[in-house]
Design a protein around this ligand. Structure first.
Ligand SMILES: Cc1cc2nc3c(=O)[nH]c(=O)nc-3n(C[C@H](O)[C@H](O)[C@H](O)COP(=O)(O)O)c2cc1C
Length: 292
């Protein structure tokens, strides 16, 4: 994997530890957040999603017995799972640099459009906003096979690769070659409940009931599913979504007389938007304290 122009190569993002500790209080890898996308008409579109942890450090799940990737990477990238046929996926493909078509958004790996994810953590009275880009990974084209060199796959591997750090910096070990993107997607699916896995065999989300469903393909509500590798229909629709953060903000409303707002922005040098000035430079990130 290429590690060129790595914005978070050496250190954990300065906001990650606090964010993770707050998210843990809101349910950890089942915390709810609101995801905002921009439609092709330039309008906002929001929906709730479930935080599934951070890319490359999938949470332990006692029901998941699949072989795992060697635990050599970590990232500051929140993940969720979704269905390629949903409108958020098209929004994100269409508003990315590559201006993806509806067909591309349903066919495989890609994305890159802007998103904002917002998390309200009642226990800590903090609101977190994460702005960045969002990428989708499909099991069938992310590695091997004929489609593996499509531009979506190449772009996503490069963009996410920039955010994936080796936990042990001295360890450019042979395990790097063993780390499989496809295995990571399969394990993300396996970490879901059988009912939730079955929802990827639902009839097309948002399509009028009057158009029916493709029973031959196995579409139907309320199904269960097994391993992703044994489920062609679910595999066609299932995506791991990964947010690559560029600006992160926390508002702490614990004490009305001392409410705080902190904003961290990925520096221009690292390909980020640089953020409001004057700021304090913390490695790859610029930090500023503002009135709430
Ligand atoms: C609590 C809650 C959690 C949800 N989690 C997800 C999720 O993780 N991923 C997802 O795609 N949709 C999730 N949904 C459904 C979305 O809110 C939305 O209805 C669906 O994804 C279609 O959205 P879209 O057409 O805007 O893409 C969740 C809904 C609720 C109420």
């Amino acid at each position: 994997m290429s590690h060129a122009a790595h914005p978070t190569q050496n250190t954990t993002a300065p906001w990650k530890e606090l964010f993770q500790s707050h998210i843990d209080k809101a349910g950890g890898a089942s915390a709810e957040f609101v995801l905002g996308t921009v439609t092709t008409a330039g309008l906002p579109s929001l929906r709730y999603c479930i935080h599934r942890g951070f890319w490359a450090t999938l949470p332990e799940n006692e029901h998941n017995k699949l072989p795992k990737n060697p635990p050599i990477y970590e990232s500051d990238c929140p993940t969720f799972t979704t269905d390629a046929r949903m409108s958020k996926v098209y929004d994100i493909f269409a508003t990315g640099k590559g201006k993806g078509t509806l067909e591309q958004s349903r066919s495989g790996t890609g994305g890159g459009g802007p998103v904002e994810a917002v998390y309200w953590v009642k226990d800590t009275k903090t609101q977190w906003r994460i702005r960045g880009k969002c990428w989708f990974i499909a099991a069938d084209d992310i590695e091997g096979g004929d489609e593996a060199q499509n531009s979506g796959t190449v772009t996503v591997k490069a963009e996410l690769g920039r955010y994936m750090r080796l936990k042990d910096q001295s360890d450019h070990s042979p395990q790097e070659k063993e780390w499989s993107w496809k295995r990571e997607v399969e394990n993300n699916f396996e970490n879901l409940s059988p009912q939730m896995r079955g929802s990827f065999k639902n009839p097309p989300p948002g399509q009028p009931l009057s158009e029916g469903k493709d029973e031959k393909a196995g579409e139907g509500l309320g199904q269960k599913a097994g391993h992703l590798s044994d489920e062609p229909l679910a595999r066609k629709n299932f995506r791991v979504a990964v947010i690559t953060p560029e600006q992160v903000e926390v508002v702490d409303l614990t004490d009305p007389e001392n409410s705080t707002r902190q904003i961290w922005t990925l520096s221009g040098e690292k390909g980020g938007p640089d953020g409001p000035q004057p700021s304090e430079s913390l490695g790859e990130w610029n930090k500023i304290d503002t009135w709430p």
